[in-house]
Design a protein around this ligand. Sequence first.
Ligand SMILES: [Fe+2]
Ligand SMILES: [Fe+2]
Length: 307
Amino acid sequence: MEASRSGGRAAQGDVEMMEEMKVSVDIAELAMQADEVLQKHIESTHQQMRRYARDLNEVIRRERMKSLALEEANQRLMTFAEQLQASIDREQSRAKDLEDAYLEMVKRLMNASAYKDRETGEHIRRMGHYSRLLALEVGMTDGEANLLFRAAPMHDLGKIGIPDRVLCKEGPLDAEEWAIMKTHPEIGARLREGSQSALIELARQVALGHHERWDGTGYPQGLKGDEIPMEARIVAIVDCYDALRSRRPYKREMTHETAVDVILHGDGRTKPEHFDPMVLEAFARAHGEMARIWETIRDPEWRAGSC
Ligand SMILES: [Fe+2]
Ligand SMILES: [Fe+2]
């Protein structure tokens, strides 16, 4: 009985032991399986990271190539810009040479005409300065004022077509002589006809219009008001100021104050209605500076008033 009881305990112990062993085996198998899964996961993660690393290297390589290509393109652009600047400099230098040569020719032409005309070279120079001053005063741009600075000195070039007996006559002109004298604006305009140059075209307009009057009493066309180009209206008033201040064989020079008074209020011969009111106002504001131009560019004593 005892023996069978103890035999029964032994058998139960074996079963328990076997069950424990089975559990251990299951755990070990589970652990192996988990290890396998983990290894696979690690392996897959490694592969993924290697792919990322390869992709990243490729991206870096492409970006470097792009950066190199950009740098090369930038370098080519810089070289192109330098060459372009050099050729612009060369063209500007050529254009400046041409312009200088042109202006020198104009100056020499003016000097040649001054041999015939009683107007002095100084008058011609002052006309440029006065005209630029008033052009800016009436609101023209620097470019427009500078163009007039060059065109205004040529206002009387047409006088080279006037015979000496009229141009250099000491006394007052008779009616026939006046009629001849009054052709100088048209002669001056004809000398500049058909030019492509903006300066020559402006010089033509100034030559033709500088004896026109705002009230329509001028010549050669008797234009009135806005029909007269603005630049010619400016030249008309500054030419009048300079003539009043200059000595002539038949008249003494005026002081600045008297000349300003004659232009602003008239003296019977010169009238304010002759001038564009806007230009007259500009003159009233700027005449102090015109006096400084007169004082700076004075006529030489030997030349003033001679023919
Ligand atoms: Fe004139
Ligand atoms: Fe003049």
